[in-house]
Design a protein around this ligand. Structure first.
Ligand code: NAD
Ligand code: FMN
Ligand code: SF4
Length: 421
């Protein structure tokens, strides 16, 4: 039986209070690093743990931190990506609502490691309860000396500011987020330079996801070997999986990284609804290519999912059953990306506009011979040609739907109607 670490406090009625967090050993990691570790030693510890970013791309966290220049001529910043815009994803919200001090301690330890005195939490505006609880937790932590000048009597000064987003998916893309924090329209910046070298106000800035930062205090307290020992060595640790869709027990599950997708959906999630069969699963939020039911014996980690042409992404696991039309699913997803496209680059802005038109035609039974070839050609024009990963995610997802469920697209065109109606 796997013992939850990240979710250990979330079912407690007062899990969000400092008293609960401290009673469970909270803020000991911060005390430990301030007492026993140099900043470089914390970076080294995180490197040795093989922690990889939980925002979706799985970039090694310790390596990202080590790219922050040592020069002292500019301030360094830490940004927490709490935008959580990916449909099917709700893990960061639960941490912030139910155990906000876990994130604040993660922020403090991470800021100490990279030499930052200021952190911004960029949180989506719809997360009203999470925003309220985080603000309350910051005030409590300040009062107890975990935040502020000379944290716990050390030379480390640290402040956390909350910045609420206004509902645009692109604000979760890290460089668009920096633009938004600077008060500009959120459109992605060219990378490189990566934010770790040149980020907020052109200063070195580490951007990490909420869950990534929440892992940090546990690694400090339990060690890099403990973390590396959970799941695959190259992609280890406890992992939050957001299970939704047509499954008996949807919810947030903390399990080892690398758990087979079938075990997650059938054992933990209770399998399909009565009388139904699972047809497909999207394993990592709608940016991740869909997997057909025959492919469920894959490990839920960055490398295993990449090897089968999908991705772990935000670990938003969406279950789709045999009564659902895949053309409808693909159309709704592409409509979302089209709506959220920031418009900066032509292949995404114009390409997705055309894809939506063709998909809506096919879905409504007005499709024409040649439409599937046109969709493939549009995906080719988008994939690899866009400024940020939004366009790639849309094209990859549609390609996977066309590959695994071509028969459903063909049936819509040939029968001139949706066979599911
Ligand atoms: N969690 C959500 O709600 C959500 C929403 C949409 C998309 N996503 C995920 O976002 C992912 C794509 O994110 P991305 O475009 O930021 O990916 P990316 O690969 O460009 O970057 C990932 C991280 O690694 C850093 N990085 C990469 N190479 C680096 C280098 N050479 N030096 C320094 N830092 C480096 C980046 O700065 C970034 O912080 C997708 O996989 C998708 O799953 C998540
Ligand atoms: C369109 C788009 C939206 C994104 N939205 C989020 C988001 O809401 N939350 C998040 O953590 N990462 C999001 N990302 C990924 C971030 O750009 C970045 O990789 C991440 O915050 C880095 O943190 P990590 O290394 O801890 O994963 C998004 C990426 C893209 C391309
Ligand atoms: S790919 Fe889309 S969202 Fe990303 S920069 Fe281009 S237009 Fe904007």
């Amino acid at each position: 039986m796997f013992e939850p670490v990240l979710l250990k406090n979330v079912d407690m009625p007062d899990g969000h209070l400092l008293s609960t967090y401290e009673a469970g050993g909270g803020y000991q990691a911060l005390q430990k690093v301030l007492r026993e570790y140099t900043p470089d030693e914390v970076v080294d510890l995180i490197k040795r743990s093989n922690l990889r970013g939980r925002g979706g791309a799985g970039f090694p966290t310790g390596m990202k931190w080590s790219f922050v220049p040592k020069r002292a001529d500019r301030p360094k910043y830490l940004c927490c990506n709490a935008d959580e815009g990916e449909p099917g994803t709700f893990k960061d919200r639960i941490i912030m609502e139910r155990d906000p001090h876990q994130l604040i301690e993660g922020l403090a330890v991470s800021a100490y490691a990279i030499g930052a005195e200021t952190a911004y939490v960029y949180i989506r505006g719809e997360y009203v309860t999470a925003i309220r609880r985080l603000k309350q937790a910051i005030a409590e932590a300040h009062e107890r000396g975990f935040l502020g000048t000379r944290v716990l009597g050390s030379d480390f000064n640290f402040a956390v500011h909350i910045h609420c987003g206004a509902g645009a998916y692109i604000c979760g893309e890290e460089t668009a987020m920096l633009e938004s924090l600077e008060g500009k329209r959120a459109q992605p910046r060219l990378k490189p330079p990566f934010p770790a070298v040149e980020g907020l106000y052109a200063s070195p800035t580490v951007i990490n996801n909420v869950e990534t930062l929440a892992c940090v205090p546990h690694i400090v307290m339990r060690g890099a070997d403990w973390f590396r020992g959970i799941g695959p060595n190259k992609s280890p640790g406890p992992k939050l999986y957001c299970l939704s869709g047509q499954v008996r027990k949807p919810g947030l599950y903390e399990l080892p990284m690398g758990i087979p997708l079938r075990e997650l959906v059938e054992n933990h999630g209770g399998g399909p609804l009565p009388g139904r069969k699972i047809k497909a699963v999207i394993p990592g939020g709608v940016s991740a290519p869909v997997i057909a039911a025959s492919g469920l014996d894959v490990g839920m980690d960055f490398d295993s999912l990449a090897a089968v042409g999908s991705m772990l992404g935000s670990a938003g696991v969406i279950v789709i059953d045999d009564q659902t039309c895949m053309v409808k699913v693909a159309t709704r997803i592409i409509e979302f990306f089209h709506h959220e496209s920031c418009g900066k680059c032509t292949p995404c802005r114009e390409g997705l506009n055309w894809v939506v038109k063709v998909l809506r035609r096919v879905e409504s039974g007005q499709g024409e011979p040649g439409d599937l070839e046109q969709l493939q050609a549009l995906c080719k024009g988008i994939f690899g040609n866009t400024f940020c990963a939004l366009g790639d995610g849309a094209a990859m997802g549609l390609r996977a739907a066309l590959k695994h469920f071509e028969d459903e697209f063909v049936a819509h065109i040939e029968e001139r109607r949706c066979p599911f109606h």
